[in-house]
Design a binder for this molecule. Structure first.
Ligand code: IPE
Ligand code: IPE
Ligand code: MG
Length: 227
């Protein structure tokens, strides 16, 4: 039963294609990642006016450690810079930062910066959830272990122990760059999410693209197994 037009409240994005964006311009991959951060910044500024309560961004996967050290370093340095430069804006714009994934396993200075940012944005009402050192299978395994520890391995109990337990249900999952796979992102949460795969490379993804995605979502009929 469609109650459209529906507004997606929780949108998650697999931000893919930074490398290919750079390659097409004969630029170093690092430049693609840098422009990718700028795309993130513009998007975060737009979520309020787009009516989104929670934006979840896949920034670094558990498997991204396999990349060359130099690229991993670039990504971690961009993370440091981004938190430093954008934290005041988050606070001013009522954004509450949330981190999912095994982020305590990142470099100690990043963990400290994130802890501070979480604390300073805790009063915000719109959520920006960033997936860092995140793998959905690992997240599910951690949640299942916690559920087992209390002797209650059910779907509800596992969901209650996921990193996303305080986020609204996932409505829309977008992946940029034309790849059609989930790459270990939000496997549990995607059970009934609508999915949208777009060819745009991440550095080119604008708030207008997100608005188009929300329009496409509003036209979908969600059934959740019913009729
Ligand atoms: C996404 O862009 C950024 C991260 C995975 C951190 P990629 O670096 O995967 O770009 P492509 O897929 O090689 O184009
Ligand atoms: C997924 O992109 C991870 C992020 C966007 C952070 P990848 O580029 O790592 O995924 P694969 O390797 O193409 O599946
Ligand atoms: Mg990629």
């Amino acid at each position: 039963m469609g109650n459209s037009p529906a507004q997606a409240k929780h949108v998650a994005i697999i931000m893919d294609g930074n490398g290919r964006w750079a390659k097409r311009r004969a630029l170093p991959r690092a430049m693609g990642h840098k422009r990718g951060v700028e795309a993130v910044r513009k998007l975060v500024r737009s979520v309020g006016s787009l009516g989104i309560d929670c934006l979840t961004l896949y920034a670094f996967s558990s498997e991204n450690w396999k990349r060359p050290d130099e690229e991993v370093d670039d990504l971690m340095n961009l993370m440091r810079k981004f938190i430093k430069s954008d934290l005041p804006e988050f606070i001013a714009n009522d954004v509450r930062l949330k981190i999912i994934g095994d982020w305590q396993g990142l470099a100690p200075d990043i963990v400290a910066m994130l802890e501070d940012a979480l604390e300073q944005t805790s009063g915000g009402s719109r959520i920006l959830a960033v997936a860092l050192n995140y793998g959905a299978q690992q997240e599910i395994a951690r949640a299942a272990a916690k559920a087992a520890a209390i002797g209650e391995v059910t779907d509800k109990s596992i969901a209650a122990h996921l990193d996303t337990n305080d986020l609204p249900p996932l409505d829309l999952l977008i992946r940029t760059s034309g790849e059609v796979r989930l790459s270990n992102f939000l496997l549990w949460q995607a059970a009934y999410a609508e999915m949208l795969f777009v060819d745009t490379l991440w550095p080119d993804f604008t708030p207008e693209h997100l608005q188009q995605a929300l329009d496409a979502f509003a036209d979908r009929e969600r059934r959740f197994g019913g009729r």
